[in-house]
Design a protein around this ligand. Structure first.
Ligand code: FAD
Ligand code: DHB
Length: 394
């Protein structure tokens, strides 16, 4: 057993773990990041694509925004499409000048990994048997295997940034955790296509055949999603069937056409709302998907992970530099306010835009009324816009 020591032991090298390590490094606080997957795997994993303005600002302020500023696509609105027509929601106009940036999650991850390696800081990929110990004490430890070697990492604090299926949340006794959850009766089938986008902004489409989302990653790559059954077998979805469904749900009579291209990647994602409270147990702090999940309709998952570590980094800086414990004590309550706002927004967008199995005329008319209201009332549109671009930090 080889012994190591650090101030903050970070489990998981997703956006949460990597950004936390980066923000701590800027303040000369030592951390070790442990990731079970390979570098190649985490840098290729296709997931979220929308950054709130506050997330963009944090990445820029902390010096990892150079490629994002060059390659990210700044969007000033989205389109909501239903009943055969599109309706634009203008973000700057409705939010006092705010916007979003389309930049793939794996690009954020690549930039953060590069910064970590350039700084010569510890980041181990492909580690196994990760377990946390003594988190109730002032001297928590993380044990893990790296190749043939067993390690024990002594820490002051452990950050559980290991996603929804990680081990950190599970290390908290069930009696000390309250879980709130909704599972939705549908999933998203997502594709990445080598097809230049034919629309400048994202399109959220409500259609009788089910929800569809038009997004993009670059001037050459389109990202598209359709609502499917929760237990959908991807083998039943050859590319032609996916394109057929996308054409049917996204195209309107105004002549706009979706451009097809070779499918580079496809996968099915389940839809869930989940919050574990509090986001802390002893010296173990949970951040990002380890503590909460939102259905992807509001594009909030990665942004919430970034918002959590902004708060956690500030609290840890106060702890290590000024011996303050109040910020760490407030960590969970501070984050949960934003988390529950995003939970509500994501649930609301999901409920408004999807077809539910067994829904009846009453429910469909309520959805249509809500959609009509959102695109015709300035106040309702402003509420959507304010949540979508991200509420200011407290
Ligand atoms: P993650 O990115 O999950 O990172 C956690 C890391 O911990 C992973 O690298 C994992 O390999 C590692 N890990 C896990 N267990 C261990 C362990 N025992 N030891 C060491 N490391 C471990 N959000 C959107 O807004 N829009 C989308 O379209 C969207 N699509 C998604 C598609 C999928 C398939 C998934 C799973 C999520 C999607 N999300 C989406 C959500 C968004 O990607 C997440 O909210 C975001 O990744 C959260 O970042 P994180 O760092 O908290 O967790
Ligand atoms: C993307 C994903 C989302 O969940 C969303 O709401 C908007 C865009 C995307 O992958 O581009």
């Amino acid at each position: 057993m080889r012994k190591l020591r650090t101030q903050v032991g970070i489990v998981g090298a997703g956006p949460a773990g990597l950004l936390l390590a980066h923000l701590l490094h800027l303040e000369a606080i030592d951390s070790v990041v442990l990731e079970s997957r390979s570098r190649d795997y985490v840098e290729r994993r296709v997931r979220a694509g929308v950054l709130e303005q506050g997330s963009v600002e944090l990445l820029n302020e902390s010096g990892v925004g150079e490629r994002m500023r060059r390659e990210g696509l700044v969007h000033h609105g989205i389109e909501v499409r239903f009943g055969g027509a599109g309706h634009r929601i203008d973000f700057p106009e409705l939010t006092g000048g705010r916007s979003i940036t389309v930049y793939g999650q794996q690009e954020v991850v690549k930039d953060l990994v590069a910064a970590r390696i350039a700084a010569g800081c510890e980041l181990r990929f492909g580690v196994g048997d990760v377990a946390v110990h003594d988190v109730e004490s002032d001297a928590p430890r993380i044990s893990f295997r790296d190749g043939a070697d067993e390690f024990e990492l002594a820490c002051d604090v452990v950050a559980g940034c290991d996603g929804f299926h990680g081990i950190c949340r599970q290390a908290i006794p069930t009696a000390n955790l309250s879980v709130f959850e909704r599972v939705y009766p549908f999933a998203w089938l997502g594709i990445l296509a080598a097809a230049p986008p034919t629309h400048d902004e994202l399109i959220y489409a409500y259609h009788e055949r089910g929800f569809a989302l038009y997004s993009m990653r670059s001037p050459e790559i389109t990202r598209l999603y359709i609502q499917v059954a929760p237990d959908e077998d991807i083998a039943d979805w050859p590319d032609e069937r996916i394109w057929q469904e996308l054409h049917a749900r996204l195209e309107t009579s105004d002549g706009w056409k979706l451009r097809e291209g070779p499918v580079l990647e496809k996968g099915v994602t389940g839809m869930r709302s989940f919050v574990a409270e509090p986001m802390q147990y002893g010296r173990l702090y949970l951040a990002g998907d380890a503590a909460h999940i939102v259905p992807p309709t509001g594009a909030k998952g990665m942004n919430l992970a970034i918002a959590d570590v902004r708060v956690l980094a500030g609290a840890l800086i106060g702890f290590f530099k000024a011996r303050r414990t109040d910020l760490l004590e407030a960590y969970s309550a501070t984050c949960l306010k934003r988390v529950w706002r995003a939970e509500h927004f994501s649930w609301w967008m999901t409920s408004m835009l999807h077809r539910f199995p067994g829904d009846d005329g009453f429910q469909q008319r309520l959805q249509r009324s809500q959609l009509d209201y959102v695109v015709s009332s300035r106040v309702a549109a402003a509420s959507l816009a304010e949540n979508y671009v991200g509420l200011p930090f407290a």
